[in-house]
Design a protein around this ligand. Structure first.
Ligand code: UD1
Length: 375
C-alpha cells in the first residue's frame, strides 16, 4: 500500500490537488493499493479563500488541519513545519506530495525531508528569476530537496536539468490546475453580480491583484487602478479583491472610479464563469494566466517576470510590468481587436493527475519511506 500525504494550504493549491484526490479515489475503488491523507495547513482559512473551494471542487474534508492562520512569512513557515513534523512523527506517510509555490509547499517539504519522507513536487521546476517574490524562494528551496518532479512545461524540465536534477526524477506530465478547469467548465456558475451589474459577454474586464509589489504601497495601487479605469473606455471592471488588497483599498481617502466594482473573492466556479465571458483579464496571479490561456481570454499580467513563460509564448498572456504607464497601450491593442489568439501548451489536456498517480504507483518501493504506520 502506498500512503501519500497531500498538502494544501492556500487558495491556488486547492485546484491543483482536487484531480489528484479524484484519481486516487478512482484507483482505490477498483482495488489499487494507493491511499492519501489530506493535510490542510490552514494558511488560508476564510470561507471565501478556502472553504468554498472544498465544496465546489468536491474536495473531502481534510484529515488534518494544522490551523496555522495569518502571520509573517517566518511565523507561517515555522508554524507549519512544527505542526507537520508532529503529524509525521506520530504517523509517517510513504511520500509527501506538495503542489505549487506557497509557504505551505516549502514548509512541509522541509519537515518531510528531514524525517526521511521523500517529497514529490507537482508544478516543480518553474522559475520567475525574481528573488523578491516569496514564491520564488519557496520554489527554489522546495525543488532543492524534492525527489520527484511533476512538471507543467519544457521550460521547467530544462530549469531542473540545468540545476543538476537527473532526467529520471523529472516527469513532464502537464498541469493539474488545467485538469480542474476542464473538469469544472460545464459547472461554471453565474455569480449574483452578473445580473445586478447587467453584465454581458465581452463587455467587462476581470481584475485581480495581490502581489506585495503591486498592492502594499497604497499610492502605487491607486495609480494602477486609476490607469486601468481611465484607459478602458468606461468598460466595467470587476475587481475580485484578495483580503491583502482589501486592507489597502479601505485606506483610500477618495473613492475609486465608478467603473471599478469591488467584489469579495469569488468562488472558483463563479470566478471562472466571469473570466470565460470577459473581454480580458488583468492580474498579477500566475495560475490565472494559465486558465486564461486555456480559455483563450486575453490576459495582461502586471509583473516584470513570469515563471510560466508558455502562457506568453504560446498563450494569450502578455507581461506589462508594474509601471502603470504600460496599461494604456495594452488596452488600446485590446480594444482595437489586435490581441493575439494563442494556443494551448502541450499536455494541458485534463489528464495530468492520471499520469501522476500512475507514475507514483510505479515508483520503486525502495525509494519510498517504508516506515509508515498508516494502513
Ligand atoms: C498566498 C501565496 C501566493 C498565492 C496567494 C493566493 C505565499 C507566500 N503566497 O499569498 O503564492 O498566490 O496566497 O491567494 O504562500 N488572509 C485572510 N483570509 C485568508 C487568508 C489570508 O484574511 O483566508 C489575509 C492574511 O491575514 C494576510 C493576507 O490575507 O493579511 C495575505 O495572506 P497570506 O497567506 O500571507 O498570503 P497571500 O498574500 O494570500
Amino acid at each position: 500500500m502506498i500512503n501519500l500525504d497531500l498538502i494544501v494550504g492556500a487558495r491556488p493549491n486547492f485546484m491543483k490537488i482536487a484531480p489528484i484526490i479524484r484519481e486516487i479515489e478512482r484507483r482505490a475503488s477498483k482495488g489499487d493499493a494507493v491511499r492519501y491523507r489530506l493535510v490542510h495547513t490552514g494558511q488560508h482559512y476564510d470561507r471565501n479563500m478556502s472553504g468554498s473551494f472544498f465544496e465546489e471542487l468536491g474536495i473531502p474534508e481534510p484529515h488534518v488541519n494544522l490551523n496555522v492562520g495569518s502571520g509573517s512569512q517566518a511565523e507561517q513557515t515555522a508554524g507549519i513545519m512544527i505542526g507537520y513534523e508532529k503529524l509525521l512523527t506520530d504517523r509517517k506517510s510513504n511520500l509527501c506530495v506538495v503542489v505549487g509555490d506557497v509557504t505551505s509547499t516549502m514548509a512541509c517539504a522541509i519537515a518531510a525531508k528531514k524525517l526521511l519522507v521523500p517529497v514529490a513536487h507537482i508544478e516543480g521546476g518553474i522559475r520567475s528569476g525574481d528573488m523578491t517574490m516569496p514564491e520564488e524562494i519557496n520554489r527554489i528551496v522546495t525543488d532543492s530537496i524534492t525527489d520527484y518532479f511533476f512538471t507543467t512545461s519544457e521550460t521547467a524540465n530544462s530549469n531542473l536539468r540545468r540545476s543538476g536534477v537527473e532526467a529520471q526524477r523529472i516527469f513532464f506530465v502537464g498541469n493539474t490546475m488545467i485538469d480542474t478547469l476542464i473538469y469544472s467548465r460545464p459547472q461554471f456558475r453565474k455569480p449574483a453580480l452578473w445580473d445586478s451589474l447587467n453584465l454581458e459577454e465581452k463587455s467587462y474586464i476581470v481584475l485581480t491583484l495581490h502581489r506585495p509589489n503591486n498592492v502594499d504601497d497604497p499610492a502605487n495601487l491607486r495609480r494602477l487602478l486609476d490607469e486601468i479605469s481611465n484607459s478602458s473606455e468606461g468598460m466595467q471592471i470587476i475587481f475580485a479583491v484578495h483580503p491583502r488588497t482589501r486592507k489597502i483599498i479601505n485606506s483610500f481617502k477618495n473613492p475609486l472610479s465608478p467603473s471599478i466594482f469591488i467584489a469579495e473573492p469569488l468562488g472558483y466556479l463563479e470566478f471562472n464563469y466571469l473570466v470565460e465571458r470577459s473581454q480580458a483579464v488583468i492580474t498579477d496571479s500566475g495560475g490565472i494566466t494559465e486558465e486564461t490561456t486555456v480559455m483563450g481570454v486575453p490576459c495582461m499580467t502586471l509583473r516584470n517576470s513570469t515563471e510560466r513563460p508558455e502562457t506568453v509564448t504560446l498563450g494569450t498572456n502578455e507581461l506589462l510590468g508594474t509601471n502603470p504607464d504600460s496599461i494604456t497601450p495594452a488596452m488600446q491593442k485590446l480594444l482595437t481587436g489586435q490581441w493575439k489568439k494563442g494556443t494551448i501548451p502541450p499536455l494541458w489536456d485534463g489528464h495530468t493527475a492520471e499520469r501522476i498517480i500512475e507514475i507514483i504507483c510505479n515508483l520503486n518501493p525502495k525509494s519510498l519511506n517504508n516506515k509508515t504506520e498508516l494502513t
